[in-house]
Ligand binder design. Structure first.
Ligand code: PLP
Length: 390
C-alpha cells in the first residue's frame, strides 16, 4: 500500500489500521452474522459456530492451552484492560483483600488512569519509572514488588508511542521471583515484531485490540488464566461464562480471525526490518543535530515505529505541515481542543516539557516493503527539510 484510498500516505498504524483485505472481502459477501449466537435456530448457530472457530484459532495461533486460559471478547483494549484490573480489584475488595498494582509511567492511558478507581477500593497503586530508552531496572522492580501484598503488574510488551519492546524474559523473571500476577498489554504486538504470535504462558493475562491489526473497530479479546477471581465489569446474561455479559459481536469476532490469518500469510519481518532500517537512517540523517529519534538505543525496538523529537518546533505545526503534504502522522497527546499537551511518556523518559511538545510519531504498515520505504523516506525528507529550512 503506497498510498491509501484517499490518496494520502497513512503513517499512523499504532493509532489504528485499515481493514484487512480478507475482512473487506467477507463484508462484500453480504454475510453480516446478524444472528444472536445464543439463539438455537440456524441463523444463531451460524454466528455461534464462527465465534467458536475464532476461539479455537486464537488458542492455536498464540500457543495457549484452553484448559489454562479463557478467551474473553470485549469492545477493545481499553475495556479489556479496565475489566481485568477493576475486576481483580473488586473481587479482592469483596474478600477484604488488598492488592498493590504496579503500573509504569509510560503505560497507555487506559492503564495509567486507573489509579483513583483502584485506590477507592482500598488498593495501592505504584508507578515505576523508565530511563531515556524507555527501559526499566528489573532487579529494582523485583525488590519493590517483593515488599508488597498481593502484587499485580501491567507489562507493556510494546510501547505504542516509542515502539520500545520489553522482552518476555523480563516478565518471566518477575513472575518467577515474585509470583506477581502479570497482565500483558499486547495491543501493539501483532505485525510489529518478528515473533508476534509467541506469548509466555507463565503469565496471567494478555489483551489485544482488533482495530490495531485490520479487524473491525469495537472488538478485542483477552486471554485470562483460569482460577483467578475477577468480577465481571459488565453483568447481565450468562454470555462468555459470565465473564462479560452482552450479546457477542459475532461479526467483529470473525473479523479478528480473518485479519490475523492475513497477517500470518503476508507479514514478513525480514522485509519490514529492511524497510524500517532504511527509514530510520534516512530520517536521522535528514534531522542531523536538529532532532533525534526517541529510544534509538533501546535494546529492542519494534519494526514499524519511529518517534522523533525536534526541539523548538511545536508538534501541532509539525503535524500540520505533514498534513498539508498529504501525510498522516501522530502528534501523540492532542487534547480535545487540538492543543498539544506535554507528552507524559516522553517526560517519564527524561525529556523536558518543551521537548515533549515537539514530538511526532510515524507508525508504518506491517506490510511495508523496501521500495515503499524509499518513496516514504523521500516524502518525509521533503517536509522535514522545509520545516528545518535546509
Ligand atoms: N494499549 C495500547 C498500548 C494501545 O496502543 C492502545 C490504543 O492505542 C490501547 C491500549 C487501547 O486500545 P483500544 O483503542 O482498543 O481501546
Amino acid at each position: 500500500m503506497e498510498k491509501s484510498i484517499s490518496n494520502r500516505f497513512y503513517f499512523d498504524y499504532n493509532a489504528t489500521s485499515p481493514l484487512s483485505k480478507k475482512v473487506i472481502d467477507f463484508l462484500g459477501s453480504g454475510d453480516f452474522l446478524f444472528g444472536n449466537p445464543a439463539s438455537l435456530h440456524h441463523t444463531g448457530r451460524h454466528s455461534k459456530k464462527l465465534i467458536n472457530r475464532t476461539t479455537e484459532y486464537l488458542y492455536k495461533l498464540f500457543g495457549l492451552d484452553k484448559n489454562v486460559f479463557d478467551v474473553v471478547y470485549h469492545s477493545g483494549a481499553s475495556e479489556g484492560i479496565n475489566a481485568y484490573f477493576k475486576g481483580l480489584a473488586f473481587s479482592a475488595f469483596k474478600e477484604k483483600k488488598k492488592h498493590t498494582f504496579f503500573f509504569c509511567q509510560t503505560d497507555h492511558a487506559c492503564v495509567f488512569n486507573l489509579k483513583s478507581d483502584l485506590e477507592a477500593l482500598g488498593h495501592e497503586v505504584l508507578y515505576f519509572n523508565v530511563d531515556k530508552n524507555g527501559e526499566f531496572n528489573v532487579d529494582e522492580l523485583i525488590a519493590l514488588i517483593q515488599k508488597t501484598e498481593n502484587p499485580v503488574m501491567n507489562f507493556m510488551a510494546i510501547n505504542n508511542e516509542t515502539g520500545v519492546v520489553w522482552p518476555w524474559s523480563l516478565a518471566h523473571k518477575i513472575k518467577e521471583e515474585t509470583k506477581c500476577l502479570i497482565h500483558v498489554d499486547a495491543v501493539q504486538l501483532v505485525g510489529k515484531v518478528s515473533d508476534w504470535q509467541k506469548l509466555d504462558s507463565s503469565l496471567d493475562a494478555f489483551t489485544f485490540s482488533g482495530h490495531k491489526f485490520g479487524a473491525l473497530k469495537g472488538i478485542g479479546f483477552s486471554f485470562i488464566k483460569k482460577g483467578v477471581e475477577i468480577s465481571p465489569l459488565i453483568v447481565g446474561g450468562n454470555q462468555q461464562e459470565g465473564r462479560r455479559a452482552g450479546t457477542e459481536n459475532a461479526l467483529g469476532i470473525h473479523s479478528l480471525k480473518l485479519a490475523l490469518e492475513e497477517m500470518e500469510i503476508n507479514f514478513s519481518a525480514l522485509e519490514l526490518k529492511q524497510a524500517i532500517h532504511y527509514l530510520e537512517k534516512h530520517i536521522q540523517s535528514t534531522l542531523g543535530d536538529k532532532g533525534e529519534i526517541v529510544a534509538a538505543k533501546a535494546h529492542a525496538h519494534n519494526l514499524n515505529t519511529l518517534f522523533i523529537v525536534i526541539p523548538g518546533q511545536k508538534a501541532e505545526s509539525l503535524s500540520m505541515r505533514f498534513d498539508m503534504e498529504g501525510i498522516d502522522v501522530s502528534t501523540g497527546s492532542a487534547c480535545s481542543s487540538g492543543v498539544i499537551k506535554e507528552n507524559r511518556v516522553l517526560m517519564a523518559m527524561g525529556y523536558s516539557k518543551e521537548e515533549s511538545r515537539s514530538s511526532l510519531r510515524f507508525s508504518f504498515s506491517p506490510f511495508m516493503t523496501l521500495p515503499e520505504a524509499h518513496t516514504y523516506a523521500a516524502a518525509i525528507e521533503k517536509v522535514l527539510k522545509s520545516i528545518l529550512k535546509m
